[in-house]
Design a protein. Structure first.
Length: 115
């Protein structure tokens, strides 16, 4: 499923603007805040749901070729995180509710059903 379609279905709010998302494909999602766990278990094409807002999350997303990062529970990324995301082409989004609620919405939208 395309990232732009997911945004329309879930109401995700894009934080790092001016990044092309319409053709970016999402394969699944990973929920986690411990960076070493994310590095060990997230898969290329996943949307990463986290409360971590520092710039190191961008390095993880680039390393794993993640589709996007969503800051859940109303967390907002630090300014240098947004700047680095823009430089690296990593889409950032915010979500006001829990990671569980968003994962549920993603599942209902069809994310992961083809795995």
């Amino acid at each position: 499923m395309k990232l732009a379609e997911i945004c329309c279905k879930t109401g995700l709010r894009q934080v790092a603007m001016n990044l092309e998302i319409k053709d970016k494909v999402v394969n699944g999602c990973y929920i986690g805040d411990l960076l070493s766990n994310v590095m060990a278990h997230a898969q290329a094409g996943d949307i990463w749901l986290t409360v971590q807002t520092h710039r190191n999350v961008i390095a993880i997303a680039v390393l794993l070729n993640l589709a996007a990062i969503v800051f859940v529970e109303g967390h907002q990324p630090q300014a240098d995180t947004v700047e680095r995301a823009h430089d690296e082409g990593v889409p950032l989004f915010s979500w006001p509710d829990s990671a569980y609620q968003l994962a549920r919405e993603l599942s209902l939208a069809g994310i992961g059903s083809e795995k």
